[in-house]
Design a protein. Structure first.
Length: 90
C-alpha cells in the first residue's frame, strides 16, 4: 500500500510542477504573440497618405466613406484603408 501512495504522491507532484511551469511559460510568451498582431507602419506610403487626407476631408464635411477606392495591389488597398480610418477618426 505504501508503494501506491508514494507513486500517487510523486505523480501528483510532477503534474503540479508541469502545470505551474506551463503557466509561467505562457505568461512570458504572451507579449511576444501580441506584437505580431500590429499593423505594419504605412505612414510613409503614398496610398496611406491619400487615405488619410480623404478620411480627414470626409470627417470635416461629415461624409461617409463615399469614395470607394480600389487598387490593384492588396498592400496599397490595406494602406489606403488604414490611412482613411486614421484620418476619419475611427
Amino acid at each position: 500500500m505504501t508503494i501506491n501512495s508514494r507513486l500517487c504522491t510523486w505523480v501528483l507532484a510532477v503534474a503540479t510542477g508541469m502545470a505551474i511551469s506551463g503557466g509561467a511559460v505562457q505568461a512570458v510568451a504572451a507579449p511576444f504573440f501580441q506584437d505580431q498582431n500590429h499593423e505594419p507602419d504605412y505612414s510613409k506610403n503614398k496610398r496611406y497618405q491619400q487615405g488619410m487626407h480623404e478620411g480627414q476631408s470626409d470627417h470635416a464635411h461629415n461624409l461617409d466613406h463615399s469614395k470607394k477606392r480600389h487598387f490593384k495591389k492588396d498592400e496599397d488597398q490595406k494602406a489606403y484603408e488604414a490611412g482613411y480610418q486614421k484620418g476619419h477618426g475611427n
